[in-house]
Write a protein that binds this ligand. Structure first.
Ligand code: HDD
Length: 731
C-alpha cells in the first residue's frame, strides 16, 4: 500500500487526535506530545525527509565515510545519548495509569478535594519497583517493592511514595546512603546483582539493631510477591490530615489489594528469575491488556492529635507500625489501574515522584526519615532527568495550572509570556498572586516546637525488637519456616563468621527459637547477647548507655493483619492454569474444565510436548499455547492434567511433564487430575516420602490435590476452591 500524503490525511490525523484527546479528557490535560509513525515519511530531527536510511555518505562506493554526513551524525549522536542514569534505588520498575475515587467525603478529617468528592475520578500513575537491583535485573529478587502513586488532583500533584512493607530499615535519613551502599552489589566486583545475600548488607544490618523489624518483613514471603496486583502498599511514615477548620489528625496510609496478598515460594522465585525475569512486569501488563484491571482500596489509620503519645511506640518512628488491632484501617476509596503506558521511557522511566508533593489537606510530620526524603527526591531528579525542568515532562505535569516566576534552565519547554518574572510586581497587576487558604492556598500546619537544636534521637525510638517479635509471632507455622529458611539462605552466603554470629545474636532478641533454628542450619552456636559493638552505632562522644536498645511492654502479642494466611481467598481471577496434554487427550474434559475456569476469571494455557497442535482422542485438533520447552510450572498457579489414555501414557514418559507436576506439587499449588492421569504423581520420585505420604491420605482435596475430576461440575468446583487458597504450604 502506498503512503498517503498531503493535507487531507494530515487533517484527518489531527481530527483523530482531537477526538482521542476528548475521550481521554483528564489524561489529555497532561498535554502529551505524542508521535505515531503511521503513514509518515522518515525525517531528520529538523523535519527533512530522508531518502536513504541504508547507506552513509562515502567518497566513492568503497571509500571512507564523509564527516559531512549529517544524517549519519545526527542519528548516531542521538543514539549515543539515549540512556539516562538509572534511579540510584528502585531502578527496576513498571507502571500503569488509572484513577482513584473516594467512597465518601473525608471532609471531617481532610480538606484535600480528591478525598472529599465521591463523584471525582482522580487520574493516577503508579510505578512498582524493586529497590536494590539495576534496571535489567529480575523482578523476583528478594526485596521490598516500591509502590509509588502520583495523584493528578485538581489542586496539584499528590505523590504517595510507598513500599509494600509498612516499616523501613533505618530511623534517620542520614543513614540512607550507607544502607544503600551496603545492600547494592559490592563495590570492588559489582557482585551480587539484586540481592541482599552478601557480606556488606549483613555487616551493616548486624550493626543496626533498628533494622530488625524490617528484616522480618524482607525475610518473609512479602519480599517475593506473586504479583504487583497482589501486594499491599504502605505510606510507612505517619502523615497529617488537615480539615477546613485547620484541625489535624495523624494518618497512616495503606493500599489493600482486592485480589488478596499472595506470594510465591523462594525456590520458585529463583526459578522464575531465569525462566521469566519480567514475570511481574508481564503480569501487570497482561492483566491490564485483557481488561482485568487491578484494584486496591485506600486505607487510613487515623490517630487524633491528643493520642500522639498514647502508644508503646513513637508515631514518628518509621520502624514501627500501628497494629490494626489498636487502630483499625478504614477503607476510604478505590484505585483502579486501567491503561498501560504508551511508551516505557517517556512515562515509566521519566516519572519523578517526591514525598513532598502534597496538596492542601495533607501535611508532613517530623519523622526524621521523611524529613531527609523531602530533600533527596528533587535532588536526585536534577541529575537523573537532567535539570530543574523535569516537572515539564508530560508524565510529571500536573493537571492543575502552573503559574510562577521560575524561568529558563536546561530543556525549558514553557514559553512564558509577559515581561515580569518576579513577585511582588505591579507591572503585571501583581499576577500571579498568592492564594488565600480559602482559595486553595497551601498552608503548613502550625505545630508548636520548643526544643534545643541537637543531633540526636528520642529514647522513644529505641525499642528495636518488640515489633519484630510481634511480626514473627503473628506468622503461621509455614510463614515462620519460610522466614527462617530465608535468613539461613542469606546468612549462609555471608563469608564472614563474625557477621553471621552477630546476626544470630541479634535474632535472639527477636525470638529464641528463630535464632536457634537459623544457627542450627548455619552450623553455629547461639550466643544470647546481641553482639553489635556499640561504638559503631553511637556518636564519637556518645554515651553507650543512652543508645542501649530498650524493650517496652506491648499491648498485643499477635496481629492477624500481619499474616498472609488471613488474606482474601475467594477468587481465582487472573490466575494462570496450565493444562498438560498430549496427542490422544480427552477433548471434552479440556473444554469443560476450561469453561469452568474461564467463568471464574482464570486464564488457561495448553502445554504439550510439542508446539503447534495436538490431536484429541477423537481426532480433533487442539491448539497448543506453549511446549514444555518454554513453559514451566513456576509461571503458573495451578495444573490440570486431563484424561485420555494415550495422552496420559505419553506424559508419564515425559521428564519435562513430570518435572512440571512435581514442581507444582512442591510449591504447594493446586493440582487436578482425571483418573487416567492420576498415576503421573505416583510415577514421580517413588522415593519421595513427602509425596507418597500425601498420596496415601484419604482427603487429598484438603491438600489441594483433586483427582478423578472428569471435569464434572462438582470436581471443577473443588479445583477452583483449591486454586483460590493460593498455596498449600504445609503439604
Ligand atoms: Fe525512597 C525512590 C520509597 C526512603 C531516596 N523511594 C523511591 C521509590 C520509592 C521509594 C517507591 C521509587 C519511586 C519511583 O518509582 O520512581 N523510599 C521509599 C520509602 C521509604 C524511602 C517507602 C521509607 C519510608 N528514599 C528513602 C530515603 C531516601 C530515599 C530515606 C533518602 C534520604 N528514594 C530516594 C531517592 C529515589 C527514591 C534516591 C531514587 C529515585 C528517585 O528517588 O526518584 O531519591
Amino acid at each position: 500500500m502506498g503512503v498517503k500524503v498531503g493535507k487531507t490525511s494530515g487533517a484527518r490525523r489531527d481530527e483523530k487526535k482531537i477526538e482521542k484527546d476528548i475521550i481521554n479528557e483528564k489524561i489529555s490535560s497532561l498535554a502529551y506530545h505524542t508521535e505515531s509513525a503511521a503513514e509518515e515519511f522518515l525525517t531528520t530531527n529538523q523535519g527533512t525527509r530522508i531518502n536513504d536510511n541504508q547507506n552513509s555518505l562515502k567518497a566513492g562506493e568503497r571509500g571512507p565515510t564523509l564527516l559531512e554526513d549529517f544524517l549519519l551524525r545526527e542519528k548516531i549522536t542521538h543514539f549515543d545519548h539515549e540512556r539516562i542514569p538509572e534511579r540510584v534505588v528502585h531502578a527496576r520498575g513498571t507502571a500503569a495509569h488509572g484513577y482513584f475515587q473516594v467512597y465518601e467525603s473525608m471532609a471531617k478529617y481532610t480538606k484535600a478535594k480528591f478525598l472529599t468528592d465521591p463523584s471525582e475520578k482522580t487520574p493516577v500513575f503508579v510505578r512498582f519497583s524493586t529497590v536494590a537491583g539495576s534496571r535489567g535485573s529480575s523482578d523476583l529478587a528478594r526485596d521490598a517493592r516500591g509502590f509509588a502513586v502520583k495523584f493528578y488532583t485538581k489542586e496539584g500533584n499528590y505523590d504517595l511514595v510507598a513500599n509494600n512493607m509498612p516499616v523501613f530499615f533505618i530511623q534517620d535519613a542520614i543513614k540512607f546512603p550507607d544502607f544503600v551502599h551496603a545492600v547494592k552489589p559490592e563495590p570492588h566486583n559489582e557482585i551480587p546483582q539484586a540481592s541482599s545475600a552478601h557480606d556488606t548488607f549483613w555487616d551493616f544490618i548486624s550493626l543496626t539493631p533498628e533494622s530488625m523489624h524490617m528484616i522480618m518483613w524482607v525475610m518473609s514471603d512479602r519480599a517475593i510477591p506473586r504479583s504487583f496486583r497482589m501486594m499491599e502498599g504502605f505510606g510507612v511514615h505517619t502523615f497529617r490530615f488537615i480539615n477546613e477548620d485547620g484541625k489535624s489528625v495523624f494518618v497512616k496510609f495503606h493500599w489493600k489489594p482486592l485480589l488478596g496478598v499472595h506470594s510465591v515460594a523462594w525456590e520458585e522465585a529463583q526459578i522464575i528469575s531465569s525462566k521469566d525475569p519480567d514475570f511481574h512486569r508481564r503480569d501487570l501488563w497482561e492483566a491490564i491488556e485483557t481488561g482485568a484491571f487491578p484494584e486496591w482500596e485506600l486505607g487510613v489509620q487515623i490517630v487524633p492529635e491528643e493520642d500522639e503519645h498514647k502508644y508503646e511506640f513513637d508515631l514518628l518512628d518509621p520502624t514501627k507500625i500501628i497494629p490494626e488491632e489498636l487502630v483499625p484501617v478504614q477503607r476510604i476509596g478505590k484505585m483502579t489501574l486501567n491503561r498501560n503506558p504508551s511508551n516505557f521511557f517517556a512515562e515509566t522511566e521519566q516519572v519523578a515522584f517526591h514525598p513532598g508533593n502534597v496538596v492542601p489537606g495533607i501535611d508532613l510530620t517530623n519523622d526524621p526519615l521523611l524529613q531527609g526524603r523531602l530533600f533527596s527526591y528533587i535532588d536526585t531528579q536534577l541529575s537523573r532527568l537532567g535539570g530543574p525542568n523535569f516537572h515539564e515532562i508530560p508524565i510529571n505535569r500536573p493537571i492543575a495550572p502552573v503559574h510562577n516566576n521560575q524561568r529558563d534552565g536546561h530543556m525549558r519547554q514553557t514559553i512564558n509570556r509577559g515581561n515580569t518574572s518576579y513577585q511582588p510586581n505591579t507591572i503585571e497587576g501583581g499576577y500571579p498572586i498568592q492564594a488565600k487558604a480559602a482559595e486553595g492556598g497551601f498552608t503548613s500546619y502550625t505545630e508548636r516546637i520548643d526544643a534545643n537544636k541537637i543531633r540526636g534521637r528520642s529514647r522513644s525510638f529505641f525499642d528495636h525488637f518488640s515489633q519484630a517479635t510481634l511480626f514473627y509471632n503473628s506468622q503461621s507455622d509455614a510463614e515462620k519456616k519460610h522466614l527462617t529458611d530465608a535468613l539461613s539462605f542469606e546468612l549462609e552466603k555471608v563469608k564472614s563468621v563474625e557477621i553471621r554470629q552477630r546476626m544470630v545474636g541479634l535474632l535472639t532478641q527477636v525470638d529464641e527459637t528463630l535464632a536457634t533454628n537459623v544457627a542450627n542450619t548455619l552450623g553455629m552456636p547461639v550466643r544470647k547477647q546481641p553482639e553489635y559493638p556499640m561504638n559503631h552505632i553511637i556518636p564519637a562522644d556518645g554515651d553507650p548507655k543512652e543508645y542501649q536498645p530498650i524493650k517496652v511492654k506491648q499491648s498485643i502479642k499477635k496481629s492477624d493483619a500481619l499474616s498472609m494466611v488471613n488474606t482474601i481467598k475467594n477468587t481465582i481471577k487472573t490466575r494462570q492454569i496450565a493444562i498438560l496434554a498430549a496427542d490422544g487427550v480427552d477433548e471434552a474434559s479440556i473444554s469443560q474444565m476450561r469453561s469452568a475456569l474461564a467463568a471464574e476469571g482464570a486464564k488457561t494455557k495448553i502445554i504439550a510436548p510439542k508446539f503447534g497442535y495436538i490431536k484429541s482422542a477423537t481426532g480433533k485438533e487442539i491448539k497448543v499455547d506453549q511446549s514444555f520447552l518454554t513453559a514451566a510450572s513456576v509461571l503458573f498457579d495451578a495444573v490440570y492434567v486431563p484424561g485420555g489414555a494415550k495422552s496420559s501414557a505419553s506424559l508419564k514418559e515425559n521428564a519435562r511433564a513430570l518435572q512440571f507436576v512435581y514442581e507444582a506439587y512442591k510449591h504447594g499449588k493446586a493440582i487436578a487430575m482425571d483418573d487416567e492421569s492420576a498415576g503421573l504423581l505416583r510415577v514421580l520420585y517413588p522415593g519421595n516420602k513427602m509425596l507418597s505420604d500425601t498420596l496415601q491420605e484419604t482427603d487429598l482435596a484438603a491438600k489441594g490435590i483433586i483427582v478423578n475430576v472428569h471435569a464434572k461440575r462438582a470436581t471443577s468446583r473443588d479445583f477452583i476452591r483449591a486454586i483460590a487458597q493460593h498455596r498449600f504450604w504445609d503439604r
